[in-house]
Design a protein. Structure first.
Length: 264
């Protein structure tokens, strides 16, 4: 805009600097385009850029998983929307494969349901064949394989896996992209349209060796603060905390809590 306005204010100087290859139409535009016209075209260009939205932002999502001392937590928002329009506030993004393994799926809502069905089928087949539940690390490899099979026409979802592994209940968290490239860590992983805000909050609040209650408070505050900074997420959240318990089924206790958030 500044360049075009400069040409408009000083039309006599533009001819001396215009290359010989410029067309006559270009010279006419530079010399006679008015400042209001330039401003109008600028805002038209910017308004069209608003609708150039990533398919991952079509429905919106926010998922985070954290580790503690022999415990793990995974949380997600419950908003279901179409771009900026909120359709519902009870959409499910976290799925329990078995008491020690959970997966959260961000991205396009239809692909979330499709990928969950395929993963549930694979896990059931593994249980029938091996006579035991799949380990979270093995499940992460299974998810990566399922996604990589569709690398030329991928599902638009990015999974987060969380669980307890082995007899010592070691916390396990993992995040993957849409073709199954995995990121393993020992603190926290995030996914969805609120990823940047989630990273900042988790880096500020997370600390090692938290017990189950501290872990719940940390992951809840991180998620609530992040979704307040993203209009595509929020409208409630759900948190799962998994910790060892010899009296519970499968040797672990799964606590599910719902969070109330701003709904505007």
């Amino acid at each position: 805009v500044v360049s075009l306005c400069h040409h408009h204010l000083s039309p006599l100087h533009t001819h001396t600097h215009t290359p010989s290859s410029d067309s006559a139409l270009s010279r006419i535009i530079l010399n006679y385009l008015t400042i209001p016209s330039v401003i109008f075209l600028f805002f038209i260009h910017k308004s069209t850029q608003i609708f150039h939205m990533s398919i991952f932002e079509y429905n919106g999502s926010a998922i985070v998983a954290m580790t503690g001392k022999n415990c793990v937590a995974i949380a997600a928002d419950t908003r279901y929307g179409i771009r900026n329009t909120t359709v519902g506030h009870d959409f499910r993004r976290i799925f329990q494969m078995h008491p020690k393994c959970f997966v959260g799926l961000s991205g396009l809502a239809s692909d979330v349901q499709t990928v969950h069905d395929k993963l549930k089928f694979r896990v059931n087949m593994y249980r029938l064949r091996e006579k035991r539940d799949i380990k979270p690390s093995s499940f992460a490899n299974l998810v990566s394989s399922v996604l990589y099979e569709r690398r030329f026409g991928p599902w638009f979802t990015e999974p987060v896996i969380a669980g307890l592994e082995g007899p010592d209940n070691k916390p396990f968290v993992c995040a993957q992209d849409l073709i199954g490239a995995a990121c393993y860590t020992d603190n926290f992983v995030v996914s969805g349209t609120s990823s940047e805000a989630l990273y900042g909050m988790c880096e500020s609040l997370w600390k090692p060796d938290m017990d189950s209650e501290e872990l719940f408070e940390c992951i809840s505050q991180s998620l609530l603060a992040a979704v307040d900074r993203d209009c595509l997420t929020g409208w409630g959240a759900v948190v799962y905390v998994v910790s060892p318990d010899e009296k519970a089924e499968g040797g672990v206790k799964v606590v599910k809590r719902r969070l109330k958030t701003r709904m505007d």
